[in-house]
Design a protein around this ligand. Sequence first.
Ligand code: AMP
Ligand code: MG
Length: 383
Amino acid sequence: MTKKRVKIAVAALAVALLASLCACSVVVDGTDVTDYTGVQYTTYEFFNTNTTVSCYLPAKDADRLRSLWDGEIREKLSEISSLLSQDGENSDVRAFNAAEEGATLRIDAVTYEVLTLAKQAYSDTDGAFNPALALSVDLWGFSTRFNKSDYSPSKPYDRENFRSELPDESYVNAFLSLADFSGTEIYAEGDGYYIKKSSDVAEVDGVVYTQQLDLSGIGKGYAADAIAEILRENGFAFGYVDIGSSSMSLMKNARKEAGAELGEWTVSVLSPTESGKYYFKSYVKDSSLSTSGSYQQFYEIGGRRYSHIIDPFTGEPYQSDVLTASVFGESAALCDAYSTAFCVLGSEKAVALAGKLEGYTYTVAVSTDQGFDVLSNAKGKRV
Ligand code: AMP
Ligand code: MG
């Protein structure tokens, strides 16, 4: 864990926390924030990535934020990330994945809430966001086990060189047949929450497979929402939460930034083609955003890019014209799910879908022969 007094920069998706410190008084939405100071905490303990909480506050509240970070916030992050992880001891996802077809399992309220949002995103995106693709994600070499330095083939479908050798088509089809998320039931009964696994099975080379879940396309967004809620409940209204530099929940900014309105953050979105550069500058206040794209995790074989986002209609890494998509709106969890779906859908369908998502805006980089074009209805501009 690191703690930094923020005088100037915060890197994130990226948020340019340009502190134009001036002697004049600054009042944002009725609060005088002239004397507020910046405090930032970062940890790499959860979701295999960074979690950053950055706040502006009166100096007298700094200790209170510190206790919140050390206590409630870290506990919440730990709870969410372990319940949703593929292999955590008390993971609901792990228990689901290990259960027999048709089994009913009791799950935590947090898992139920994430699954409810996942069901909504599945329905809103006509199935493009689909958390039942875990086996396909694993088949193509994008589960967390592949990031470990001691990876060695252990499943019947594993390849020694999983980034240069394609999987067998019989597995692609079998795992696709298990990805019907409408066959997964979730419900609340009495004081408990439950999930009933689809009764589908698929057999390849004498081995029987059942449906598996992967909630990493929505979990970080959900966690950003949850932590921002803790901050707000405790009276911290100036700052933001960044998880993995891909999902953010932003409150108000206490510093006036050039080009942005008072209270807004300037959030820059990474270019899908130029490493370390940004292609879009957005202005966000009291809202969230998430970004997905084929440039985040991928390998190339025979000139084709294989990325970590799976097209639920083919069972293969998606191949649309969307290089990267960012979605802005109230729920970071839904922004997270929608941005993944936008990649799968391609620009035409994504823009059509966006028209139906009330309260959500987007920025999409669409591949062209020259590089990419930008389609956007979000507050901001191409840079
Ligand atoms: P994100 O980085 O938010 O776009 O989420 C991508 C991650 O979600 C991948 O690494 C997979 O673990 C999982 N995933 C892949 N394809 C999909 C999909 N079509 N719908 C939901 N989750 C997916
Ligand atoms: Mg996502």
